[in-house]
Design a protein. Structure first.
Length: 114
């Protein structure tokens, strides 16, 4: 299983970004897909996940601002991030697991700064 996140960049406070994660080597549709982030000097934290039934979960810090979605035909998972603030600055990575093995993609850096 390979995961590749993209879409990060520099954005001003209050702005928006859409992250994408491309998956390969997996059937994908049956997988729970998650986004994590790690800010400088902090532990990695779960941002959101979406189940195979398209049920979504969000951390309290992003709920109402971020939206996770998936396209099974394209084997893609997305994270739409709105109303960004400096505390959202982090490396964002996508994650899935199969047969009790955790897979991580190379992250994409999101910097929120004026």
């Amino acid at each position: 299983v390979q995961l590749q996140a993209s879409g990060g960049g520099l954005v001003q406070p209050g702005g928006s970004l859409r992250l994408s994660c491309a998956a390969s080597g997996t059937a994908f549709s049956g997988n729970l897909m998650a986004w994590y982030r790690q800010a400088p000097g902090k532990q990695r934290e779960l941002v959101a996940y979406i189940t195979s039934h398209f049920d979504a979960y969000y951390s309290a810090t992003v709920k109402g601002r971020f939206t996770i979605s998936r396209d099974n035909a394209k084997k893609m998972v997305y994270l739409q991030m709105n109303s960004l603030n400096s505390e959202d600055t982090a490396v964002y990575s996508c994650n899935t697991s199969e047969l009790d093995i955790n897979y991580w993609g190379r992250g994409t850096l999101v910097t929120v700064s004026s």
